[in-house]
Design a protein. Structure first.
Length: 69
């Protein structure tokens, strides 16, 4: 995830932060039905949300793989 300083990039920072938060929540165990619906709604709001979430999930998986080595 890239960090930006201003303008439209601030919106991307917000999206990236939300994607990271959702990824960490998933890493903590199963989501409740309410949380799952909230995640699904957030992902459906924008292709940018889904892309950021995919990127965060990939980073999480990489960190897990590195921790196992």
């Amino acid at each position: 995830m890239q960090r930006h300083s201003n303008g439209p990039d601030l919106e991307q920072d917000t999206i990236d932060a939300a994607a990271s938060d959702w990824t960490a929540r998933l890493g903590g165990g199963p989501l409740s039905a309410v949380e799952r619906r909230a995640l699904d709604a957030w992902l459906a709001e924008s292709p940018r949300h889904a892309a950021a979430f995919d990127e965060a999930q990939a980073a999480w998986a990489l960190m897990g793989a590195l921790a196992e080595t």
